[in-house]
Write a protein that binds this ligand. Sequence first.
Ligand code: ADP
Length: 484
Amino acid sequence: MTVTLGDYPLFIGGNWSSGISDKRFDIVNPATEEVVATVPNAVPEDMHMAIEAAVIAQTEWGNSVASYRAQILARAAHLMRERVEKLAEVMTLEEGKPLADARGEVLYAASFLEWFGEEAKRIYGDMIPANTPEKRIVVIKRPVGVTAAITPWNFPAAMITRKVGPALAAGCTMIIKPSELTPLSALEIAKIFEEAELPKGVLSVVVGNDASALAKVVMDDMRVRKISFTGSTEVGKILMRQAADTMKRVSLELGGHAPFIVFDDANIDDAVEQAVICKMRGMGETCVSANRFYVQQGIVEAFTEKMATRMGQMRVGNGLDAGISVGPLIEPAAVDKVDRHVQDAVDQGATLISGGKRHSEPRGYFYEPTVLANVTESMLVMNEETFGPVAAITPFTDEDEVIERANHSPFGLAAYYFTRDIGRVFRLAERLEYGIIGVNDGMPSTAQAPFGGVKLSGIGREGSKYGLEEYLDIKYISLGGILK
Ligand code: ADP
């Protein structure tokens, strides 16, 4: 059955617009290869308009009281939850993830709006003791001003609200440039904010398929004071370089290459369950997906067997169909990359335990859930983010060895390990060079916790009070003449 969502407009300065160029482009369902909607193809002039509107809106929004901003965010969160079915369907159609996962993402996305709305009321300052009786030292927090977000396709709603939530809570305006592959969820979120009575201009959604041209407008404009980006390390580096000229603040959430370590004292069934969740969430297309499985020698065979059984039970297909737990990958190039990693591993001597090929669906970008054993460090799968449903398993002997192997990566986003030894829990937490550590936990992400990485995985944190600070400037007020 062909499902179409029609023609979406852009949301610029609080108005729905067909864009200056009048050109449109197609959004393709990765499960069926059919066009599900069209969107206007914004040009730099559209982006200029969004920035103008944000600059105008910034003064009043930045000076508004926190409880007002909190109310709007709460309303938006409520509307998102009310509309979970519709939003989930849009997401499945544009991105492919199964409907149940899409529902989960919509609720997760709403949680950022709710949590940051509540947190808006707790943007506190400081009083610092001065050196003389005539003076007082006061520290206040102010919104950084106009901000921009560039977001990826793998979480079409949550990667937006994780940025919009803290921006609006802090009193910043924001322009979103969503991925050209999944802009529909972003535009649905704009509709929600319009209904939540967000003042015009505070939020814009500019969609276009020339990402670098649109981003350039933002990066060159001195009035935009911050850029928050989630995506590839390659683009993150470009943006960081571009940010230098206007000294914008940057938050970069980039690639990962997560190790997933299982010690022989772990509860193996629990480790397998968490491994499947961690590996297969979003078909393995997340930056915190487990990419390298290090399993201690004595349990590696049992773990591999259980993992293959669980992965083999997952049904692959169109995410709108009942009982499907693995959808398509985002585009043909993603399937090619996964296949290249698998072929390279097999060519270099890995054992293919299950899967290992494109799925037999007549259309769509599907790949079978795959388990590889006897993987070695020289294989592509151990050195590059696979971004697909492949569990590459390798044995290890002891703790020092596995720490060294796990840290041997330019990335440092998430690491996971399973053990019941409390000393080891702390030793690894401190020695693994990663921003997020899951101990006996394959899915640590949540609105109130700091998400972000070290090394090539990026700069800054999202979620939590630390994520809010990224949208706030510290202002020091030295107050004299107290005794006059
Ligand atoms: P992925 O490989 O996950 O698609 P990208 O980094 O290519 O990640 O894309 C993430 C976001 O960055 C998308 O919104 C995309 O349009 C945008 N993007 C891609 N290239 C550039 C660029 N040169 N400058 C700014 N944004 C870009």
